[in-house]
Design a protein around this ligand. Sequence first.
Ligand SMILES: Nc1ncnc2c1ncn2[C@@H]1O[C@H](COP(=O)(O)OP(=O)(O)O)[C@@H](O)[C@H]1O
Ligand SMILES: [Mg+2]
Length: 415
Amino acid sequence: MRVLLIGSGGREHALTKAFLASPRLTTLTVAPGNPGIAHDAPTAPLTSLAEVQAWLATHPTDLVVIGPEAPLAAGWSDAIRALGIPVFGASQSAARLESSKGFAKQVMQRVAVPTAAFRVFHDTAEASAFVRQSGQAWVVKADGLAAGKGVIVAESMSETLDAIAQLAALPAGERILLEERLYGPEVSLIALSDGQTVLALPSARDHKRIFDGDEGPNTGGMGAIAPLNSITQPVAQQLAEIVMQPVIAMLAAHQTPFVGALYAGLMLTEHGPKVIEFNARFGDPETQVILPLCDGDVLLALYAAATQALTPATLGWRTGAAACVVLSSAGYPDAPRSGDVITIDPTKIPANGTILHAGTRRDGNQLVTAGGRVLNAVGYGADVVSALRTAYATVDAVQFAGMHYRLDIGQTELV
Ligand SMILES: Nc1ncnc2c1ncn2[C@@H]1O[C@H](COP(=O)(O)OP(=O)(O)O)[C@@H](O)[C@H]1O
Ligand SMILES: [Mg+2]
């Protein structure tokens, strides 16, 4: 199978490694990739849809896999499918589950998927008036894609009003959502869908804040663990059937089937699991810990999803656990510094440990930082303790000025 993978982060490096393990793979090209990916597979410097289309015109391809949200929201899947090539990645319409939080809430309401009560506002004055009248704090969300900067969990009415003003100023803030605040542990649930069938992958937990103990500003994600003790594989599949299947069915009924990875951010509240948000793609860093737990051919599974052939038996699951520790650059998330020289000592990487690249760049013969989240140290083990031990031992193989990482990844799962 000849495959083009689009993206350049740690998620795509994890997908690259999974694809390379497939006996069915003949060629893999990653566009644009990063230096870690380029070490493992050929890359092509394609960054626009026109460049991808031109490349596909001269490179016969059996499957295109799209990693990040921006190309999905921009309709790259639709354009590539129109060339007759199977695509694993949501259409522009289906990707509205992520690119418009208001759309996602309306769909959930229509098909009775449990989620926080909400109101959508087109006008900040109306939203503010509603908040004053309610006399309480709300979770404030910008409707559109905001790269993790579009949600403020306000603690008071005045913070809510400030949050509305702040988020309305974003390009994503043309519409504002006010949501009831929920309480409980969060879970990342990711499933493959071929438009009809949903196949839940192992449950995972991200760690969003920059500092230990969930302190400090939000980030793209500082680490992950999978699976969660309380969400075994049968429970994950049950949850997917409750919170995803009705949404998948509705999108199919509207001729906008969801083909790709559907991500539900769940909160386990005292009234049961509720959906905080959907993403129309694999999570990053969750993918880095989920793929090592898949038993079977991940590439064939994505091909099955892209060609409407997914079944419950498409993948099996390995026992054990995986952990990922994100190594971030100085100044992240506010003002990440680039250009710090990275050294990796491969002799220090333990068995079952892997280093994935995210924000790195080649500068002559040196590897340097080129983004907020620089590298991922991933460990697999028989249980959470050993996965974490391996992930943190892998961290010790890396050095760069200003390197930061959390020391408490996976602590919630240590029983
Ligand atoms: N209704 C809610 N109640 C409590 N916390 C929430 C609520 N909505 C969002 N959050 C918190 O804010 C975080 C970010 O919100 P989310 O909707 O996932 O937006 P995004 O990932 O696009 O920034 C969530 O992971 C959760 O911790
Ligand atoms: Mg989120």
